[in-house]
Design a protein around this ligand. Structure first.
Ligand SMILES: C[S@@+](CC[C@H](N)C(=O)[O-])C[C@H]1O[C@@H](n2cnc3c(N)ncnc32)[C@H](O)[C@@H]1O
Length: 280
């Protein structure tokens, strides 16, 4: 009988949030908690200027390395020694990342059983408070349709203001991203990067959607932070941004989500975030 009672209690705990009378009865309490979380989350881990600084450094180096002088096919396919004399896998994007930010990250099988792919520091060292990844994907305002794209899609990220980022690199999600990216080109300038949809993104930060959720044994070492692309963002750097608006909207700044390190992280460590925490 005890066993049955415990099972009943467990079912109630997971069901009560969908039981309308319970929701109505607890509305004022829940709203207060939500307000507190939202207020607390307004404190950014690092200021936007520091995020911009890191992105400018990386994108500037990427642009240099992408220039026709060193963009011969062999240089892309075969790693060549970087400034430190070391060989770096991953071609010029990885070399640019190591040179400009002092670390490399990449996707590999997770250390967690049955968790699929994860993201690891493969070289160098990430200091606390560094911009260490980006969450790529199509940006949907809360009122925009996403039902079809959301089916069997574990890569939808929800910001506090209800903006959604669809970071799935397959199926309809992939088609939508490519289509919006083509639509937004400004003459010769690409305003977003579609290469995160492939195995070799040209912006090596754009793998944040593969970071797994933390647990008691594997606490979070990175945290999500919203970053609205400022007006001063150089037009030639837009080609490295792995986000695009679903609707063409020139008035609203483009929302990006970056991951910021919560502590020093060394080579070989897997990155873990808390799926339920984001700061504005
Ligand atoms: C956004 S994806 C992360 C990338 C994913 N690991 C993959 O290979 O596609 C979220 C999914 O990863 C898996 N996942 C994330 N964190 C996990 C954890 N701590 N334990 C087990 N699975 C996890 C779950 O399947 C979840 O739906």
């Amino acid at each position: 009988r005890w066993f049955r009672l415990i099972r009943l209690q467990k079912s109630w705990k997971s069901y009560k949030h969908r039981f309308v009378p319970w929701v109505v009865f607890n509305l004022s309490k829940n709203e207060k908690t939500l307000r507190q979380v939202t207020e607390r989350s307004k404190d950014k881990l690092i200021p936007d200027e520091r995020v911009s600084e890191s992105l400018f450094k990386l994108f500037g180096t990427l642009l240099e390395k992408k220039s026709p002088v060193c963009l011969d096919h062999a240089a892309l396919v075969h790693p060549t020694p970087c400034s430190t004399g070391e060989e770096v896998d991953g071609g010029y994007p990885a070399r640019a990342m190591l040179q400009s930010l002092g670390f490399c990250i990449d996707r590999k099988p997770s250390t967690l059983p049955l968790a699929g792919t994860g993201v690891f520091v493969t070289r160098g060292f990430i200091p606390k408070g560094a911009t260490c990844a980006m969450y790529p994907g199509t940006i949907y305002q809360p009122y925009e349709p996403i039902l079809l794209q959301s089916l069997r899609n574990p890569f939808i990220f929800r910001c506090i203001d209800g903006v959604l980022v669809d970071g799935f690199d397959k199926g309809i999600s992939k088609l939508v991203f490519r289509s919006c990216s083509g639509r937004d080109r400004i003459g010769p300038y690409e305003t977003s990067d579609t290469s995160w949809l492939t195995r070799s993104p040209q912006n090596p930060l754009a793998v944040g959607q593969y970071i797994n959720n933390c647990s008691n044994e594997k606490p979070a070492n990175v945290c999500y932070q919203e970053y609205d692309v400022p007006d001063c963002f150089p037009i030639e750097f837009l080609q490295f941004l792995p986000n695009v608006n679903y609707s063409h909207d020139t008035k609203r700044p483009l929302r990006c989500v970056v991951l910021v390190s919560l502590r020093d992280i060394t080579a070989g460590e897997e990155l873990f975030s808390n799926y339920y925490t984001i700061v504005h």
